[in-house]
Design a protein around this ligand. Structure first.
Ligand SMILES: [Fe+2]
Length: 173
């Protein structure tokens, strides 16, 4: 949990002033995604695009060219956050709520069709929402699987364990 927290603090500071990706970086991202995936990826906040790029680059250095679908999984792991539409400070608040309230409790709020609590539920459920979005645009099964399980416990991972470990540690660096 504390490792997770320090990762979130790092991401928070970074998200206040994210750098812009170069044309070359964007072409690299585009080359790993389908047209539909890239359209959604471009809608992510600058901080999320930058973060996903770093995770994917780090993963690529360990996975290599043979697992291209897993590079797409790294790029798209937080795509479900598009649904909650929080800015930087809203996300800090949402992250704290996720620490304080179990998802079961938050799910009771999901009967609400809009408002802050609805958005908090969407944020907490971003893996499932992301997977649903990707199924809708025909993403590869391995991509959908990792997006769905990227916050699950290790024992529940269906992604090949050596790949899942690389993806997970790249996300927490
Ligand atoms: Fe995530």
């Amino acid at each position: 949990m504390f490792q997770n927290l320090s990762h979130l603090i790092k991401r928070f500071w970074f998200s206040l002033k994210p750098g812009k990706l170069s044309e070359e970086d964007l072409r690299w991202v585009e080359s790993h995604l389908s047209e539909g995936e890239f359209l959604y990826w471009e809608k992510l906040s600058m901080a999320d695009r930058h973060h996903s790029f770093q995770v994917a680059k780090q993963a690529e250095s360990e996975i290599g060219e043979k697992g291209k679908e897993f590079i797409a999984a790294a790029l798209l792991h937080d795509i479900g956050k598009l649904e909650s539409g929080f800015g930087t400070f809203g996300r800090v608040f949402a992250t704290l709520c996720c620490f304080l309230f179990p998802l079961r409790k938050m799910e009771k709020w999901s009967e609400r069709t809009k408002g802050l609590r609805r958005r908090l539920v969407d944020y907490a459920k971003h893996p499932a929402l992301g997977a649903e979005l990707l199924i809708g645009i025909g993403s590869r099964q391995q991509v959908v699987t990792w997006v769905l399980e990227h916050h699950s416990e290790r024992e529940k991972w269906e992604t090949p364990i050596e790949i899942a470990e690389i993806l997970s540690s790249s996300d927490n660096d």
